[in-house]
Design a protein around this ligand. Structure first.
Ligand code: HEC
Length: 135
């Protein structure tokens, strides 16, 4: 069982017997966890390794990395429009994975572009597990 750290208590400088925020739960990822359990009763957990594979595997000539670069820490560039894309990791871009509707919108668009189908809740959670693990 993983305990949540308490960012508010940590911000207030309180010493609490909680694990460090490196493993902090993300509410959006928690939503995908609940959805993944619905999709698959045998669901165990998300895998950063599977997420990294999804991030970098090309389908045809497009991967998530094509626009987001080989590192989710780096600023990317849209392959078609050349527009800059800010980094995906919250460690470099704190706004990432804070707005569920925005995250869903881009998963929908980008999974369809790359995989030609929607991502499953498992895939979205795996992707987040990878991106959130990159510090
Ligand atoms: C054709 C270019 C392109 C590809 C390929 C691409 N993305 Fe993106 N992605 C974008 C753009 C553009 C945005 C929105 C601009 C921004 O948020 O900086 C974005 C934003 C996102 C976000 C929003 C995160 C947040 O909290 O703001 C997620 C999640 C995401 N992409 C996941 C993926 C995944 C998963 C793949 C591979 C299946 C992928 N992207 C492939 C262009 C791309």
């Amino acid at each position: 069982m993983k305990l949540n750290c308490n960012p508010f208590a940590l911000a207030a400088g309180l010493a609490l017997a909680l694990p460090p925020c490196a493993s902090a739960a993300n509410p959006i990822q928690d939503g995908y966890r609940a959805a993944a359990r619905q999709e698959n009763p045998a669901f165990k957990d998300f895998s950063a390794d599977a997420g990294q594979k999804l991030y970098s595997t090309k389908v045809g000539d497009l991967a998530c990395a094509s626009c987001h670069t080989d590192s989710p820490k780096a600023a990317g560039k849209h392959v078609k429009t050349n527009k800059e894309i800010l980094p995906l990791t919250p460690s470099t871009n704190p706004k990432r994975f804070t707005d569920a509707a925005n995250v869903e919108k881009w998963f929908k668009r980008n999974c369809n572009d790359v995989l030609k189908r929607a991502c499953t809740a498992q895939e979205k959670g795996d992707f987040m597990a990878y991106v959130l693990s990159v510090k």
